[in-house]
Design a protein around this ligand. Sequence first.
Ligand code: MN9
Length: 294
Amino acid sequence: MQVPGSIHAAMLTPMKDDAAIAPEAIAPLVDFVLARGVDGVYVGGSTGEAMLMSRDERAEVLRATADVAKGRASLIAHVGAASTHDAVALARVASAAGYDAVAAVPPFYYSFSFAEIRDYYGEIADAAGLPLMIYNIPSLTGVDFNLDQLVELLQDDRIGGIKFTDKDVFQFTRLRRATPSKKHFFGTDEMFISAVAAGADGGIGSTYNLIGDVYVGIQEALDDGDLDRARDLQAKSHSLIEILFQTGVIEGLKYAMTRVGVPVGPCRRPFSPAPREALAKLDAWLDGQMKRAA
Ligand code: MN9
């Protein structure tokens, strides 16, 4: 089963000042993101702070986003959880809400066997009845699949592809060659140009909330054979990401979105507000780069 679309924003979750979910702030965020030309939205993943939310809150965000984005964009719901029980419940929510595909991190915290992880994915796929993507993000889950394991997971007919958020383009390239009928999305925004050169079908990332047009542009430039333009655009993404590493990626992005006129509130604790000096750099970047964006 195929996953639709190519460039997807890994959506932030708008919150109120006390970090409760702000469902009414989802529509303006979706409008801003889609206006920059991305194909779709990836809802409830790392960037969405899903692991800091209850299952009910995650379901609410999945439903509220589908309500405003359905019919305008490709919709992928991230439903991964530490327990199969929760992931399956969220997969059913995503399916009922009209998502085109679901994605899931492997189960985390306990050291599950590969067979247990494979079963987890099978149960999610069956519950969703939609194409399922493996969300491979070893830096956050601690689950570091080898190439053979990724190939085995992707060979299952119910698995449509992968969101590969790692820096190992060698592994990414071999995986793509071994599973050519699947969709291979790259999730490390600062390396998108290398992944497209290696054959990525698309990208899904956090900075796409603010500058989705940059990643659409990199893909188009490489399609046109215009390496200089692709490199210039990736350099623009680097200039933002270098600052986000100082603010904290999600904290900085939420600050930036609010500042360009799309209020999304703070991050949920234990995330803490970004240091003032780093925010000053972000202010200067936004003044220079985002004048016409809002
Ligand atoms: O999955 C995001 N990765 C993490 C996507 O959250 C660890 C990326 O979009 C990064 O935030 C981005 C900046 O490093 O590449």
